[in-house]
Design a protein. Structure first.
Length: 425
């Protein structure tokens, strides 16, 4: 995966920053290549060097823990017998060849796996009757569009088909989960990490939504895009973030220049950082969250804010927005390890802990996705939730809606509204 070479600069760690730039900036070439997935995908986006001393030591440690046993059984034994060591190792980042198996073990996928169920959920007949299939099909065309632009058409179509299959299976198997914005990116990312193992991704996503991680002291569940009647208020994670960053100067500055929460922090946590940060960063962020507990999504987001606060000083709305948008290319960011180190050093206030405990008495919190579509008939943008069982109404959607969904919807809606107001004047 082509990454730009490090640019000479006096800024510390600039080489690391540039080498971790997102592959979405890669120039398309006339010769299409095979889509890298699984281990090869991870090695590319992490610029993995198996010959470095650090990676050699890490691989040797994992090899020693997992030898002389079947693959899944070895991971389960490590988790069950040496839990603290296992989760610490996941948090520090597994070698690429072990990452997906480690994530599955953290999520305890084997406990909910039902043999033969997935195959019954992805038939053509089921797809035709799935309520959200037309939305799923439309959204799946755009998952990591730039990333797929330089791969063979057959590989691209295969990935899109697998994304559709998993999303349809989720909506049919668990109607209370449904389908909402962000799910397509999470499923596509899991497919890339797993090596396109769609049945495993389906059960991993089900486990992702099932409940809090067993090792998470807060027992917090981030069930992205869940639309359930008994869900708590959708602002739970955002409220927790505000408590953690209550006196943060940058947080106050962004509010003052009208960079609303839904332009950045809400979307970061809703999509688990995907489309907002480079793939290499997302891999390490997911390692850290899965190894530490889902509450660390809030802490990690605060660490990103703290590590980049100098960039936003004395900047207006447009400048702040462009800085936030530059993060997806790796620009202006410390390395993932530097961000994670800040998260590790973050002291959780008593108010933060009490808030999670009070709002999460049974060890399960489901976070609803926000209603990101406003009713703007003139621009063709569809309305928000109208049916209590569906994340979005089952009606044909316009091109404007699709673009609003795939770019930053709030900014698009805002610009369209402002343009309409100017015309009326």
């Amino acid at each position: 995966m082509g990454c730009s070479e490090a640019k000479p600069t006096a800024e510390p760690n600039s080489a690391n920053k540039d080498t971790l730039k997102n592959t979405l900036q890669r120039k398309d070439s006339s010769s299409k290549r095979t889509l890298p997935t699984g281990t090869s995908f991870q090695e590319e986006v992490l610029l993995y060097n198996p010959n470095s001393n650090e990676e050699k030591f890490k691989s040797q440690k994992w090899d020693a823990k997992l030898q002389n046993s079947s693959y899944d059984k070895a991971f389960l034994n490590w988790r069950n017998e040496y839990g603290d060591d296992f989760f610490k190792s996941v948090k520090s980042g597994p070698p690429p060849k072990y990452r997906w198996a480690a994530w599955k073990t953290v999520l305890e996928v084997s406990k909910i796996w039902e043999e033969g169920v997935y195959q019954t959920l992805v038939t053509e007949e089921v797809k035709k009757t799935a309520k959200c299939f037309h939305l799923i099909k439309a959204d799946s065309q755009y998952v990591f569009h730039d990333y797929l632009s330089s791969v063979r058409t057959s590989d691209k179509n295969e990935m899109i088909s697998k994304v559709e299959n998993v999303l349809v299976a989720i909506t049919v198997h668990k109607p209370e989960v449904g389908y909402g914005p962000g799910m397509n990116y999470i499923v596509a990312f899991m497919l890339l990490v797993s090596g396109m193992k769609e049945e495993e991704v389906f059960w991993a996503f089900m486990a992702f939504c099932k409940g809090g991680l067993s090792h998470d002291k807060f027992k917090l569940c981030i069930a992205n895009n869940v639309y359930a009647k008994d869900s708590p208020k959708p602002d739970f994670l955002l409220s927790a973030f505000n408590i953690l960053c209550e006196a943060d100067k940058l947080r106050l500055h962004l509010d003052q220049v009208k960079v609303t929460d839904k332009l950045w922090i809400y979307s970061w946590m809703l999509k688990m950082y995907l489309t907002f940060f480079p793939f290499g960063y997302c891999l390490r962020f997911w390692d850290y969250v899965l190894g530490s507990g889902f509450a660390q999504v809030v802490v990690l987001s605060a660490a990103i804010l703290k590590s980049t606060m100098q960039l936003f000083q004395d900047k207006n709305f447009t400048q702040c927005y462009h800085i936030l948008n530059s993060f997806k290319h790796g620009d202006n960011l410390p390395t993932p390890e530097e961000i994670i180190a800040i998260a590790e050093d973050t002291k959780l206030s008593a108010d933060f802990k009490d808030f999670i405990a009070e709002n999460n008495p049974d060890g399960r919190v489901i976070v609803e996705a926000p209603q990101i579509y406003e009713v703007v008939e003139e621009t063709g943008i569809m309305a928000g939730l109208e049916d209590e069982h569906l994340p979005r109404p089952s009606i044909p959607v316009s091109y404007t809606h699709l673009r609003a969904h795939e770019t930053d919807s709030y900014l698009v809606c805002r610009l369209l509204l402002e343009k309409k107001k100017k015309k009326k004047k």
